[in-house]
Design a protein around this ligand. Structure first.
Ligand SMILES: NC(=O)c1ccc[n+]([C@@H]2O[C@H](COP(=O)([O-])OP(=O)(O)OC[C@H]3O[C@@H](n4cnc5c(N)ncnc54)[C@H](OP(=O)(O)O)[C@@H]3O)[C@@H](O)[C@H]2O)c1
Length: 258
């Protein structure tokens, strides 16, 4: 299937590892021009070489802390017209809301709500004028079903989801779709650190916690990042123009709703 992504200009945030990297790889394989942003320069350099080898039309990397407005400015200073934007970063830290301060909430809001909104604000009108655009926000299955111990994430992702739901209905008639990808449990650094944090809280070792989770999981396995990357590339494709305003769960059926 030709996804029609050849030479499209795609920005992927949080792309030095994990799910963002998987999205960048999938878009690179389709021949897009790929911009990758994250904080770790050495990793970004390595990823750029890899993405070029996979078939990207070009790869540009940008060291940016996307929890801060200046991170957004650094990215947009390199390129301000994109056909595709994948918003993503590390998730908020684990914990009970009683231990979080206002600053903790503001950091989570900056990273997982305000930055995606600011990026969209800066690229959307151009996409609409050109008649094509794809925005994919990587959020969390917690949007559908709150995750115990992820109070910050459960809270701030709701704000982003509500905002994007409204915006998606304004942009689609001009060829710009906005969708959210909701990962369940994917095998990434983030997941490993979540299990370690849980282990510190409960005293149960991380391997046992993982085994317990998988025992009750319908799929009996973790999701693989490339599975999510491929769905992201499809959502960005020429065939996905009528998929809009959706929260697409990728959790192996863990969410029990019909
Ligand atoms: N994995 C899962 O099972 C799962 C489940 C539900 C939700 N999610 C959510 O999906 C998103 C991606 O998760 P992941 O598992 O891929 O996480 P990950 O393995 O920790 O990767 C996060 C990526 O984002 C980058 N990043 C983190 N903070 C950043 C910042 N302030 N500015 C710029 N880049 C930043 C990291 O690179 P640098 O360190 O180089 O900046 C890395 O490339 C997160 O929001 C996570 O909460 C994941």
């Amino acid at each position: 299937m030709d996804l029609g992504l050849q030479d499209k200009r795609a920005l992927v945030c949080g792309a030095s590892a994990g799910l963002g990297l998987a999205c960048a790889r999938a878009l690179a394989k389709e021949g897009a021009h790929v911009w990758i942003a994250a904080r770790r320069e050495s990793l970004l350099k390595e990823r750029a070489i890899e993405l070029s080898a996979l078939g990207a039309a070009s790869v540009t990397w940008c060291v940016a802390d996307l929890s801060e407005p200046k991170g957004v400015e650094s990215v947009l200073a390199q390129q301000s017209e994109f056909d595709i934007v994948v918003t993503n970063a590390g998730g908020p830290r684990q914990g009970d809301f009683r231990q979080f301060t206002r600053d903790d909430w503001l950091t989570a809001l900056d990273t997982n709500m305000f930055t995606p909104i600011e990026l969209v604000k800066r690229v959307l009108d151009g996409m609409m004028e050109r008649g094509f655009g794809r925005i994919v926000n990587i959020t969390s299955s917690g949007v559908k079903q709150a995750v115990q111990g992820l109070d910050l994430s459960n809270g701030v992702r709701a704000g982003l989801t509500g905002f994007m739901a409204g915006l998606a209905r304004q942009s689609v008639s001009r060829g710009v779709t906005i969708n959210n990808l909701l990962p369940g449990t994917f095998e990434t650094d983030r997941l490993a650190s979540n299990f370690l944090a849980q282990s510190a809280r409960t005293g149960v070792d991380a391997a046992t916690l993982l085994a317990q989770r998988l025992a009750v999981h319908p799929a009996k396995r973790l999701g693989q990042p490339e599975e999510l990357g491929a769905v992201c590339a499809f959502l960005c494709s020429q065939y996905a123009g009528y998929i809009n305003g959706q929260n697409i769960l990728m959790d192996g059926g863990s969410y029990l709703g019909a």
